[in-house]
Ligand binder design. Sequence first.
Ligand SMILES: [Zn+2]
Length: 79
Amino acid sequence: MNEQEPSFPQARTCTFCGSPNIVEELIVKASVDHEMVGLVYRTIGFLTSTEPLFADLCSDCGTISRFFVRNTDRNWKTR
Ligand SMILES: [Zn+2]
């Protein structure tokens, strides 16, 4: 068996413990004010909006295996 099997991109395993029990697309929120955490992008002029951030969680050890946004086609605001 080769360790680098490219065949099943959906079958994720935890990068820390190797568990296949990954809960996907959890919504990331700030605990204090219950606002969503996300990446800021420019809309029109000086207006900005936030692309929600999602996380995949290993339900065995609690490791967050990835953060991601659904829509990457944004005018991302940097410093
Ligand atoms: Zn794990």
